[in-house]
Design a protein around this ligand. Structure first.
Ligand SMILES: *Cc1c(COP(=O)(O)O)cnc(C)c1O
Length: 364
């Protein structure tokens, strides 16, 4: 008989909280929702999150690439899938076959999709990507008057939507307001709602911080997972993922003893050190070393000491009631991932998508 060996590190994922956050996105924007589930649904588990949201009247799932689209379709989910990034030529036959929705940045892509669709005897619905400031994809506005008639003339594609993306909705309000105005003016000139079934611009920050009335579709990612990119709206959202581990050892170290690689931390007095079974091999960032990060054990915050190692971290548990086997919250409802991200010098998106496959995801 193998001995029961529970995971050292796991992530609890609350699907009810996800549905709650979706409701908030709908209520605030007044728009239909493209749920952005790229990068394994921000580390929450692509198939599980897609299945949970498929029953919630989602207009599209937004994915980064064909590989992610394939996983959703293969999971039996029939919600439409929108490809947020460009496709390789070799991928486009499958896009046409499976009816995924690409966004178009060039006439070359559009012609290729049109040829493939025509050969397959279908018409592929596509969206026009407009670059109003992100600089990552789409037609720049000056190209549109010449490009749109050529796109419309292609028999194998139908331009059913127009979208753009916000580079700094959580950093630069003046630019973003101007971007909303420019985008809606461009779309209006191209024919507005009469011309496009779908008009979309906002990520989470755009959804939460701006008037989305020029649009009828929003593309939230982060906020669905319970983190607001704008501080004001955090209270309306519920935490979805909690990253957890357990205390594996408790030891008493004398004063003057080093803790972890590089011996950057030296105990100043006799110290109770709790060792915890998680490290950067699980996606707990090594860059948190020496940055005042904390963990939560039995409702109490305890400070990380010494460098984060691949599989284990140490906290100062002096005077705390802590036992081997105690559950540890690395982030979750009591310590938000954006606090951790700030201390690690990064953003919540990167921490969530960096949780590695070694961490067992538990959906409930
Ligand atoms: C990732 C992405 C989003 C979602 O962004 P959040 O900030 O996580 O809400 C929306 N639109 C596009 C084009 C994206 O690439």
């Amino acid at each position: 008989m193998p001995t029961l060996s529970p995971p050292r590190a796991w992530a609890e994922i609350e699907l009810d909280a996800l549905r709650h956050n979706l409701g908030v996105a709908r209520e605030i924007s007044g728009c239909r929702v493209m749920a952005v589930v790229k990068a394994g649904a921000y580390g929450h588990g692509l198939e599980e999150i897609a299945r949970a949201l498929a029953a919630e009247d989602i207009a599209f799932f937004g994915v980064a690439n064909v590989g992610e689209a394939r996983r959703i379709t293969d999971a039996g989910v029939t919600t439409r899938i929108y490809l947020l990034g460009a496709t390789w030529e070799a991928e486009r036959v499958e896009v046409v076959e499976r009816g995924w929705t690409p966004c178009l940045s060039t006439l070359d892509e559009a012609r290729h999709f049109s040829d493939l669709a025509t050969a397959a005897g279908t018409v592929l619905k596509c969206h026009l990507a407009i670059d109003t400031g992100m600089g990552r994809g789409g037609f720049v506005p000056d190209e549109l008057p010449a490009a749109l008639p050529q796109l419309e003339a292609l028999p194998g594609i139908e331009i059913e939507g127009a979208g753009s993306h916000l580079p700094s909705a959580d950093e630069d309000e003046a630019f973003t307001r101007d971007q909303f105005a420019r985008f809606s003016e461009i779309v209006r000139r191209l024919g507005g709602r009469d011309r496009f079934e779908w008009i979309h611009l906002s990520n989470s920050a755009g959804l939460l911080g701006y008037d989305n009335s020029p649009c009828n579709l929003v593309r939230p990612g982060l906020m669905l997972y319970g983190i607001s990119p704008l501080p004001g709206d955090q209270d309306r959202l519920r935490n979805v993922m909690s990253l957890k581990s357990r205390v594996t050892l408790i030891r008493e170290l004398p004063a003057g003893h080093g803790v972890s690689y590089g011996r950057e931390f030296i105990t100043e007095c006799p110290t109770t050190v709790a060792t915890i079974g998680i490290g950067y091999g699980d996606g707990y960032p090594r860059s948190l070393s020496g940055k005042g990060a904390e963990v939560v054990i039995r409702g109490r915050r305890l400070p990380l000491i010494g460098r984060v190692t691949m599989d284990q971290i140490m906290v100062d548990a002096t005077g705390a009631e802590v036992s081997v086997g105690d559950e540890v919250e690395l982030f979750g409802p009591n310590l938000r991932v954006d606090e951790l991200a700030r201390k690690a010098g990064t953003i919540a998106w990167e921490i969530l998508t960096g949780i590695t496959p070694r961490v067992t995801r538990m959906h409930r």
